[in-house]
Design a protein around this ligand. Structure first.
Ligand code: PRP
Ligand code: XAN
Ligand code: MG
Length: 172
């Protein structure tokens, strides 16, 4: 990046545990009535927490995972790696190709993760709590859209920290 270039993520969207619980529950409300799913495939690790909340709300007890990692360093998208595939028997149920499966992740950003998982389960319903514009076309159901230059700070990545008073803060 040149010194004058705009940072890729210039805005911050911090999410508390309370807010995340409300948003994940709102996702469950949006999903209810849209279909009958016999299993959730949760994209680890970010999908684990919303999958637990949606599973509880919709009464789904079969939870499978697919492990996908691409942001190996903070905010830096690297090589996408499927670290754990989906269970083949689950993909083949209900006529195959992931029919009857609900895929859950915390967000779509560029859509790279969603594209890979959709290819594995083309007939599944893809749901996330948050979506950025590039990834949005790949998601069937989501709750809140944020701009592409926003970084979402999830509660499991955060901790309490001292905040200097506003009048003592330096610019930038
Ligand atoms: O739309 P994309 O640009 O692919 O980004 C979205 C993905 O990035 C994050 O996962 P990450 O790779 O950080 O792994 P993690 O879930 O284990 O934290 C997030 O949980 C999504 O799965
Ligand atoms: O914590 C995160 N916040 C984000 O905005 C994001 N985009 C991709 N991966 C992400 N992880
Ligand atoms: Mg993830």
């Amino acid at each position: 990046m040149t010194p004058d270039a705009e940072p890729l993520h210039s805005k911050a969207f911090p999410v508390s545990w309370d807010q995340f619980h409300r948003d994940a529950r709102a996702l469950a409300w949006r999903l209810s009535g849209q279909g009958e799913w016999h299993a959730i495939v949760c994209i680890t690790r970010g999908g684990l927490v919303p999958a637990a909340i949606v599973a509880r709300e919709l009464g789904i007890r079969v939870i499978e995972t697919v492990g996908v990692a691409s942001y190996h360093e903070y905010k830096d998208q690297g090589q996408l790696e499927v670290v754990k595939p989906v269970n083949g028997a689950l993909i083949d149920m209900d006529g195959g190709q992931g029919a009857g499966i609900l895929i859950i992740d915390d967000l779509v950003d560029t859509g790279a993760t969603a594209r890979v998982v959709r290819d594995m389960l083309p007939k599944a319903h893809f749901a996330t709590v948050y979506a950025k514009p590039k990834g949005r076309p790949l998601v069937d159901t989501f709750v809140t859209e944020v701009s592409q230059d926003t970084w979402i700070y999830f509660p499991w990545d955060m901790g309490f920290a001292f905040q200097p008073p506003i009048n003592k803060r330096s610019e930038g």
